[in-house]
Design a protein around this ligand. Structure first.
Ligand code: ATP
Ligand code: MG
Length: 287
């Protein structure tokens, strides 16, 4: 079993902005979803875990090793897909993976070859292996990024918004791939796609304004809201009154009709019950 333990981690950037405040998390094997709105601190946390930046305070341990003091203790076992990655050199996808695999310590040529072909197939880039990576489309680059993160035999894979820019078919392929490899290792993924967390993650945390708002299992979160959500179609002009009177969880346009979902112990007048989703959980915790 691998463990990642984050204790009391704060990050203050050079301009004085505090991106993370005394954050605690403990993660074990399986897929862990970090869910939060834009600017919540997801990328800041991930960059700090992988050692691209040091926390201003707090400690991070991977399998018992202090990785703030010894970043190699995690980096040796790490696959990382940053949210934004830089310019690709004019090398073919295959050659770049071969180079990166060497850096990751896959010494044996035949082993590298097998692994690279296997990964290229899994991210559906086999037929483009000879193309130079800088000519790839956005989604192809993203899939290349996934392949490089899985090179070697990582014990921890950290992917920052991995499905952003992927078409639905490739997103499904990616989710299946993650799910297949997740039993033996830690996979931490950040997203604002609630549905991906619901489908993939055994554990999750909601992060907002640099702090963990809540952590648990998606199913438990949903169970907590059971029997407390009510929905009604409204006119936009009725919204202010709704918000004054009720605890509004979400407002959603469905086929051009505005639906409000409110939380209450009993059905308010004219509302009908609605089954809670992870999206309701997310909105409920952000409020
Ligand atoms: N290098 C930096 N210097 C100063 N402030 C920064 C720096 N990097 C990030 N921030 C700020 O820290 C906050 C958190 O940013 P971060 O990129 O971690 O958010 P995020 O949750 O990944 O958002 P998104 O969903 O948009 O990717 C933001 O307010 C951002 O402006
Ligand atoms: Mg980010």
């Amino acid at each position: 079993m691998n463990t990642l333990k984050i204790d009391n981690v704060s990050v203050v950037y050079r301009n004085g902005y505090q991106a993370l405040t005394a954050l605690n998390l403990e993660i074990e094997n399986g897929i862990f979803g970090l869910l939060g709105p834009n600017g919540a601190g997801k990328s800041s946390l991930m960059k700090t875990i992988v050692g691209l930046q040091k926390p201003s305070e707090g400690s991070i341990h991977f399998n018992g090793c202090d990785v703030v003091k010894h970043p190699l203790a995690i980096q040796k076992h790490l696959g990382f897909l940053p949210q934004y990655f830089g310019v690709y050199p004019k090398v073919s996808a295959y050659d770049l993976l071969d180079h990166l695999a060497k850096l990751k310590g896959v010494q044996h040529k035949q082993e590298r070859h097998q692994q690279i072909l296997g990964l290229l197939e899994k991210v559906n880039l086999l037929e483009h292996q000879k193309k130079e990576v800088h000519t790839f489309s956005g989604g192809m680059k993203q899939r290349f990024g996934v392949a490089q993160a899985l090179l070697g035999t990582p014990k921890i894979v950290i992917v920052d918004e991995p499905t952003a820019g992927l078409d639905p078919e490739e997103r499904n392929r990616f989710n299946t791939l993650l799910s297949d490899i997740s039993e033996e290792i830690i996979i931490m993924l950040s997203t604002h796609l609630v549905e991906d967390v619901r489908n993939l993650c055994s554990n999750m945390a909601i992060i907002n304004k640099g702090a963990i708002v809540s952590q648990g299992r998606p199913n438990d979160f949903i169970a907590e809201l059971k029997g407390t959500l009510w929905q009604k179609a409204v006119k936009t002009s009725e919204l202010p009154e709704m918000e004054a009177k009720h605890q509004v969880i979400s407002k959603q346009l469905i086929e051009k009709v505005m639906y409000v979902t409110v939380r209450a112990t009993e059905a308010p007048n004219g509302f009908h019950p609605v089954a809670p989703t992870l999206e309701h959980v997310y909105f409920n915790h952000l409020k």
